[in-house]
Design a binder for this molecule. Structure first.
Ligand SMILES: Cc1ncc(COP(=O)(O)O)c(C=O)c1O
Length: 326
């Protein structure tokens, strides 16, 4: 049962659901909404804070005293793990992979400010990074500490199973017949959680995933695998293929992960001007550009309400390596 997973509240309540009146009128769609997961009280917020509510639940259940996380310097997940650790009075060990940027990325500066211990692994691939993280956990345990390795995708996805219900309840309260949900498509954690959450409530949502990292078949395989494990561990019996309601859009991958497209840069400026929404370029501006192209192509028809999830990542806007500041 999903309710049996421990959770530590890190949000102060539902994040806002707002109508984008001016952007909607620009795009020729009267019912465009945004779920403001960039508006959370802790350290600029973002989607990873919902994952962390469940990671922290597990960490506290295991009586852990130090969180361990591996990632790259621009990682939002690392920043928010450091934030959650600070808030809970836990230690946090960060293993940074990749180049030591100078000047440092804004997320790394914030991570350090929040008291995380930093260790740099240098240029290692994903497999080696995972092995080194496992080693760090083993070393800490051997030294008598109780480490918790942050990042299990199944536990993390529970945050967005919950978010689907939150969004549905807000839509009902706003008398909104929501039909489309737009998200960046990346590692599949946020995506799988929301897809399962909507399926469990029997909602008629079509998901539009704007791929920012992987080819369509790869993203789909990741989501399928997380969904299968999620159903198994939460004893949910799927009644249909949940991917039936998912469309993957490849038009924003461009030159690859972290590389803006002309459309994502334009979307960044457009939504800032029309809605005062601030979009970083790796995930969020690409999702918003994808939303506009879905509307323009008719994948999201003007008579069907759509909501995009703003997944956060805001500090990247202040990074000296932000593509917008180049
Ligand atoms: C701001 C932001 N949006 C979206 C994502 C993608 O989330 P997921 O890895 O769950 O696909 C991330 C991942 O780091 C993120 O930081």
């Amino acid at each position: 049962m999903l309710t049996s997973f421990p959770r530590v509240p890190l949000l102060s309540g539902p994040t806002p659901l707002e109508r984008m009146v001016r952007a909607g009128s620009h795009a020729g769609h009267p019912q465009l909404w945004v779920k403001r997961d960039d508006c959370m009280p802790l350290a600029f917020g973002g989607n990873k804070l919902r994952n962390l509510e469940f990671w922290l639940g597990q960490a506290l259940e295991q009586n852990s005293d130090i969180l361990v996380i591996a990632g790259a310097a621009p990682s939002n997940q690392v920043r928010l793990t450091a934030a959650a650790a600070a808030r809970m009075g836990l230690e946090c060990l960060v293993l940074y992979a990749g180049p030591d940027l100078s000047p440092p990325h804004s997320n790394r500066l914030l991570t350090e400010m929040m008291g995380a211990q930093i260790r740099c692994l240098g240029d290692v691939d994903e497999g080696m990074r995972a092995r080194l993280a496992g080693q760090a956990v083993a070393d800490l345990a051997a030294a008598g500490r109780r480490p918790y390795l942050v990042g299990d995708p199944i536990i993390g996805a529970l945050g967005y199973v919950r978010a689907a219900r939150e969004l549905h309840e807000q839509a009902v309260a706003a008398r909104l017949d929501l039909r489309h949900v737009v998200l960046p498509g990346s590692m599949g954690v946020t995506e799988a959680g929301m897809i399962l959450g909507a399926a469990m409530l029997g909602l008629p949502w079509t998901f539009h995933l704007v791929s920012v990292e992987y080819e369509a078949h790869d993203l789909e395989a990741r989501i399928r695998s997380i969904l299968a494990d999620l159903c198994r561990s939460s004893e949910v019996e799927p009644t249909h293929d949940m991917l039936d309601r998912v469309r993957i859009h490849m038009d924003q991958l461009g030159a690859g992960y972290g590389k803006p497209t002309a459309a994502s840069i334009e979307a960044g400026h457009l939504f800032a001007r029309l809605e005062a929404l601030l979009l970083e370029q790796t995930y969020v501006a690409k999702a918003f550009a994808g939303l506009l192209s879905c509307v323009a192509r008719g994948d999201i028809p003007a008579h069907e309400a759509a909501c995009i999830v703003h997944t956060g990542g805001t500090p990247a806007l202040f990074s000296p390596v932000s593509p917008l500041l180049d």
